[in-house]
Design a protein around this ligand. Structure first.
Ligand code: TYD
Length: 213
């Protein structure tokens, strides 16, 4: 039996930290776990990641961006995720197709239908059994960012901020786009509180799949 879980959430939601904690718990239970991230997770994907995140590429068109994320994803699905699931490994993935739907589809404005089409062949029919959407609202994200950076936002940061507001709204609609698969986790609490919300959902999933020792 295999289990494929993705983690989603706006930047600053704490999803990557929560994924690390979950990996530790599952490993402590003696389960075989593979943790991956997007974009990246393969040598090709990591190269694509550097192109995508390089601040020098200011001229990158949103369509190019969508295809690059999808290309990294296509390689990851075929080279790592599918083979691991076939061996019965639990796969935890930091961001997947939903990130493209939200960032490129909604925030960049390509539309979720277009982004879904671009990604259909990339994911090859493989979707997560469940997606933990670690959600914090826009104001909380802003508060955390200000706290981290120790100052209020300048003009450029404010512009970036409008984008994050759209990302935030996009994530809010995600659970309605994929009810059943997407599980909304309130990310506003302490690290421990959020972790226990995820862990209780995870136990249900493990028992449904007969993976609890
Ligand atoms: P990363 O540093 O990994 O951010 P995070 O820790 O928040 O995941 O950078 C990934 C960035 O790429 C992040 O801003 C979200 C964005 N992204 C997309 O725009 N579309 C996608 O399909 C994916 C997977 C990520």
């Amino acid at each position: 039996m295999s289990l494929f879980i993705s983690f989603e959430g706006p930047d600053g939601s704490g999803k990557s930290l929560q994924m690390d904690l979950l990996v530790k718990d599952l490993t402590a239970k003696g389960l075989d776990v593979l943790a991956l991230r997007e974009p990246g997770g393969t040598a090709i994907g990591e190269d694509i990641r550097s192109v995508l995140l390089d601040p020098a590429h200011k001229e990158m068109d949103p369509v190019t961006e969508a295809y690059l994320y999808a290309a990294s994803r296509a390689q990851l699905v075929r080279q790592r995720i599918r083979p691991a699931l076939e061996k019965g490994t639990i796969v935890l993935l930091d961001r997947f197709i939903d990130s493209s739907l939200v960032y490129q589809g909604i925030a960049r404005g390509l539309g979720t239908d277009t982004v879904e089409k671009i990604n259909r062949y990339a994911v090859d029919g493989l979707m997560p059994d469940a997606t933990f959407l670690v959600y914090i609202d826009y104001e909380e994200g802003l508060r955390r960012k200000k706290h981290q950076e120790g100052h209020s936002l300048d003009r450029l940061e404010q512009e970036k901020d409008r984008f994050y507001r759209k990302v935030n709204e996009g994530y809010r609609s995600l659970k309605d786009l994929s009810p059943g698969r997407v599980r909304l986790i309130d990310g506003a609490g302490s690290i421990d509180q959020v972790h226990s919300l995820i862990w209780s959902q995870m136990q249900d999933l493990l028992s449904q799949k007969g993976l609890l020792p």
